[in-house]
Each structure stands twice: as structure tokens, then as C-alpha cells.
Write a protein that binds this ligand. Structure first.
Ligand code: SAH
Length: 241
């Protein structure tokens, strides 16, 4: 394997020995305008499934450029089959949740509309761009998919055999405990600032495969709760151990 370059770029092209990658105007501006790289310099590229490759800048123009793959610099690392379901909150806090979930390692990020969700429209393209940026920065080779918002009831109907870690603020003060089989598909559910409604809590209580979990002795804001829940899951059932 080759040394890892400092600049990391997500690309949509297939990666492989000798493969060339055309750069779009935004990528060219970033590499040549902002980062001041030139022909012959090395960068790292990844596309979400072929690992990280060391690439050489073969052509550098104002609005276009070309990279050439030299060799694999890190193997593909996919996160466990974990989804993060969260009720969208204010824009910057929602951005934070997507960024942190990408760093912590999830397959899919799903904004869910609950009874007490009150947020502006969710911009999926913007959230997806945040996930790409977070993966570029944290050295990840996988970019989670940010799904279209879905109603909680519909989502629960469609979970199939995916286990649900239901972070229930009503359990505040009890001991956080999570157990289960490693390797099984899971989803973490975080509510909005207003918490869950009684009907939602009743539906979740009846759901096979739902595990109600406390996140400790204090009520956390939704963005903090997402990171805390991901930490608990990754350290108990995920790829930390
Ligand atoms: N307004 C609610 C709190 C909502 S906090 C209340 O005062 O009760 C937002 C979300 O974060 C919750 O729906 C839950 O999913 C999660 N959360 C925050 N603190 C938690 C805790 N101590 N235990 C479990 N989940 C928690």
C-alpha cells in the first residue's frame, strides 16, 4: 500500500490501477485554486466502495483537471449495518447530526417526521454534501446515504427484522443498557426537542425488536443524544470492539 496523501477527495468514478478521473469545475477549483496543487502532486480519492486510492494530478486547468490512480492507499471500510433515524431540528444542528453520524459510522441517515417534529424543510442534497465532506475529513471510505424524510409510522411499518434502539427520554436516570447480537441490522431512533408523543411511545412499546434505551441521568439535546447513542451502540455492538 502507498503512503496516504493529506488531501482527500470524494469522486463518483470507478477507481482502479491506472484509472483516470476527470474533475468537475468545483473539484478543480478546490484542488488547484484553494489547495494550490499542481501537476504531479498526489491526492487521495475514494468513491464509497473501492477503498482509498493514491492519485496523481495529470492535468490541472482552471475549470477542469484529470487525476490518475496510482495504487490503493487504504482498504474499503464499510460501517456496520446501522441506520440513524432522527427528527430534523434547526438547520445547523441537523447538519451537525449528519456530520457526526458519518464520522461515527452508519450506513444510512433517515430524517423522520414525528408528532412533535417542528423544523423547516429538510434539504437532502445539502445534508448529503455534508456527509461527503465529513467522510473526506475523517479518513472514511464510506459515505452514508441521506434518505428522503419519512413519517415515523411508515418507517416503523417498513423496518422488517431491523432491531430498533429507541432512545427514550422517559428512561432518563436509569442505567443505559444495550444488548443484542453483533452483525444484526439495527437502527437508532432519536426524537425531536419535544420528545415523543404518548401514541408514538405506545406504538414503539408494541414493536417487536424495539429496545428502549436510556442515555444517562440528564436530558440531552437531540444532536448530543445522536452522538451519545452512536457511541453506546458502536462500543457495544459495532466496530469499536
Ligand atoms: N423534550 C423532551 C426531551 C427531548 S430530547 C423532554 O424534556 O423529555 C430529544 C431526544 O433525545 C429524545 O426524544 C430522545 O430520543 C433523546 N434523549 C435525550 N436525552 C435522553 C436520555 N437521557 N435518555 C434517552 N434518550 C434521550
Amino acid at each position: 500500500m502507498m503512503d496516504r496523501a493529506k488531501i482527500r477527495l470524494f469522486v463518483n468514478e470507478a477507481l482502479g490501477q491506472g484509472q483516470t478521473i476527470p474533475l468537475d469545475p468545483a473539484q478543480s477549483h478546490y484542488l488547484f485554486g484553494v489547495m494550490r496543487t499542481a501537476v504531479g502532486d498526489r491526492v487521495a480519492v475514494f468513491n464509497g466502495h473501492d477503498g482509498e486510492w493514491s492519485a496523481e494530478i495529470a492535468e490541472a486547468g482552471k475549470k477542469r483537471g484529470l487525476l490518475r490512480c496510482l495504487g490503493l492507499s487504504a482498504p474499503q471500510l464499510d460501517p456496520p449495518d446501522l441506520w440513524l433515524l432522527f427528527a430534523p431540528i434547526k438547520k445547523t444542528r441537523t447538519d451537525f447530526i449528519v456530520e457526526k453520524a458519518t464520522e461515527m459510522g452508519v450506513r444510512r441517515i433517515v430524517p423522520v417526521l414525528t408528532d412533535f417534529t417542528n423544523s423547516e424543510r429538510v434539504r437532502i442534497d445539502r445534508l448529503q454534501a455534508h456527509a461527503v465532506e465529513a467522510a473526506e475529513q475523517c479518513g472514511g471510505t464510506f459515505v452514508p446515504n441521506v434518505a428522503q424524510p419519512v413519517k415515523l409510522a411508515k418507517l416503523l411499518d417498513d423496518l422488517q427484522d431491523r432491531r430498533l434502539m429507541f432512545c427514550d427520554e422517559a428512561l432518563v436516570g436509569t442505567a443505559p443498557a444495550l444488548s443484542g447480537e453483533r452483525g444484526a441490522p439495527w437502527a437508532i431512533l432519536i426524537g425531536p426537542e419535544g420528545g415523543f408523543s404518548d401514541p408514538e411511545r405506545a406504538r414503539l412499546g408494541d414493536l417487536d425488536g424495539a429496545h428502549s434505551v436510556s442515555l444517562g441521568p440528564r436530558i440531552l439535546r437531540a444532536d448530543t443524544a445522536a452522538v451519545a447513542a452512536l457511541t453506546l451502540w458502536q462500543s457495544t455492538l459495532g466496530d469499536w470492539g
